[in-house]
Design a binder for this molecule. Structure first.
Ligand code: HEC
Ligand code: HEC
Ligand code: HEC
Ligand code: HEC
Ligand code: HEC
Length: 189
């Protein structure tokens, strides 16, 4: 009697408890991941804009819309007027384009939800990376394959430093690339 109870505990209850604990740990790990380091964050946007369609299928250059990416710290998100270069004609009767046109005509900036963000106390500069020949995909993944933008890399201090230390090896496709800075005041100014 006692033996079979112990047997039951070992063979059934214990694996069950371990299984439940493991599942809830894994679930919490992935569910809270977007909040913890941003990876996997893909907010629903006010207009269903697709990079896959525009930057992938239609091959519109990233810089046509993200105009500041080679000239300033921020990459910038395009004003509705850039969309209207095409959408005052293209697909103008579709519901999403009617929505877009309404923002344009009322002069309201589209409230796009921010996906990637480093805290204000850390300094990041697009132009100094992009002009050095580092491709968007090294940090943002294959944006041209995404219908909804999704954060694929961590932007923690550890992740910045990891690339800075290993740049000559990991970015060996970029001619003459050197290590990025590791001294505190480079990123905390
Ligand atoms: C036709 C205009 C257009 C083109 C071309 C375009 N984008 Fe965008 N991009 C946008 C808009 C609008 C948003 C904001 C809405 C969203 O996140 O989908 C955005 C958002 C992003 C974001 C997320 C911004 C954030 O909030 O963190 C990244 C990263 C990005 N684009 C990279 C790229 C890359 C890389 C390319 C080229 C492969 C590209 N984009 C081409 C219009 C464009
Ligand atoms: C260079 C021209 C061009 C620019 C710039 C452009 N688009 Fe488009 N867009 C198109 C074309 C063409 C289509 C239709 C493609 C298809 O369905 O094959 C389209 C499709 C769309 C659709 C899907 C419409 C539907 O069929 O329901 C949305 C939404 C959209 N664009 C939003 C935007 C937004 C927002 C911007 C600005 C950030 C933008 N577009 C900039 C050319 C452009
Ligand atoms: C070395 C890594 C890196 C590269 C390369 C890079 N980005 Fe970013 N990107 C970031 C980081 C980090 C942020 C968040 C910046 C912040 O919060 O100030 C960001 C944010 C953005 C945003 C949000 C708006 C903004 O201005 O911050 C857009 C849009 C964007 N990137 C587009 C691009 C495009 C397009 C390219 C290529 C031409 C590119 N990025 C190359 C790291 C990178
Ligand atoms: C994919 C690799 C990569 C990632 C990721 C990356 N960097 Fe860099 N970064 C570099 C390289 C390479 C350089 C040196 C470029 C040069 O001058 O040759 C650099 C240079 C810099 C510089 C000095 C240039 C300037 O603008 O003052 C700063 C600051 C910087 N990075 C901040 C950051 C921060 C903050 C992050 C994380 C949010 C980050 N980087 C992520 C590769 C990277
Ligand atoms: C390549 C850029 C870079 C360098 C160099 C760098 N940091 Fe950071 N640091 C960041 C970024 C980005 C964050 C915000 C993201 C995060 O919390 O990981 C950060 C966050 C921090 C934080 C807040 C951490 C937290 O958990 O809230 C501290 C403290 C800090 N850094 C100290 C330092 C010190 C000290 C040095 C020099 C030994 C240094 N950093 C060098 C980019 C950098």
């Amino acid at each position: 009697m006692k033996k079979s109870l112990l047997d039951y505990t070992l063979r059934v209850r214990l694996p069950l408890v371990v299984f439940v604990a493991a599942v809830s740990f894994i679930a919490t790990y992935y569910l809270s991941r977007a909040e913890r380091d941003g990876v996997g964050y893909a907010p629903v946007q006010p207009v269903a804009f697709s990079h896959k369609l525009h930057a992938g299928t239609m091959r519109i250059d990233c810089k046509y819309c993200h105009t500041a990416v080679t000239t300033s710290p921020s990459a910038s998100v395009p004003a509705v007027s850039i969309c209207m270069n095409c959408h005052s004609v293209a697909r103008k009767n579709k519901p999403e384009i009617i929505k877009l046109t309404k923002y344009y005509e009322e002069g309201i900036a589209l409230p796009w939800k921010r996906v990637h963000k480093v805290p204000d106390y850390a300094y990041f500069n697009h132009s100094s990376h992009v002009n050095r020949g580092i491709d968007c995909a090294n940090c943002h993944g294959q944006i041209e394959a995404m219908d909804v933008v999704n954060q694929v890399s961590e932007f923690t201090m550890g992740a910045c430093l990891k690339c800075h230390r290993s740049a000559p090896e990991t970015l060996s496709n970029v001619p003459g690339i050197k290590k990025g800075p590791e001294y505190c005041s480079a990123c905390h100014r």
